[in-house]
Design a protein around this ligand. Structure first.
Ligand code: ZN
Length: 132
């Protein structure tokens, strides 16, 4: 079963989507298996990291901005090559174990949609849950 949900990304940053992914797992009816969380965009990404202290998500963005700054020699006419670099560095998907109908995440972990090229009012996230 493939589930899709949308979000409006008004700023660069990490958006906690753990609850939406958990809802997709529940809707799938799968008790044991894996959930693939996938982002069909080229300037956004999906990651898992600490969701307890919101400063971690902010620092991740600061670090990625510093590691992949905009450059005058980038050729891409849209002018957002730095966002493309950040998206590829983070990756387009994560896979999470599902056990007993629940996402198997560490105590401090959350699933994040990462926006690198705001504003984007119609972002999508796909969740595919496979039994096994
Ligand atoms: Zn572009």
């Amino acid at each position: 079963m493939l589930t899709q949900f949308g979000l409006s990304a008004t700023r660069e940053g990490l958006y906690d989507i753990t609850a939406q992914v958990a809802d997709a797992v529940t809707a799938s009816g799968v008790s044991d298996g894996i959930a693939v969380v996938y982002c069909p965009h080229t300037t956004a990404a999906i990651t898992i990291n600490e969701s307890y202290d919101p400063d971690v998500a902010r620092d991740l963005v600061r670090g990625l901005d510093a590691a992949f700054p905009d450059r005058a020699d980038f050729a891409h006419a849209e002018g957002n090559s730095a966002a493309h670099l950040r998206a590829s560095a983070v990756g387009e998907s994560v896979t999470v174990i599902v056990e007993g109908g629940q996402l198997v995440l560490g105590t401090w972990q959350g699933i994040y949609f990462c926006e690198f090229d705001p504003p984007r009012p119609a972002r999508k996230v796909y969740v595919k849950v496979l039994a096994g």
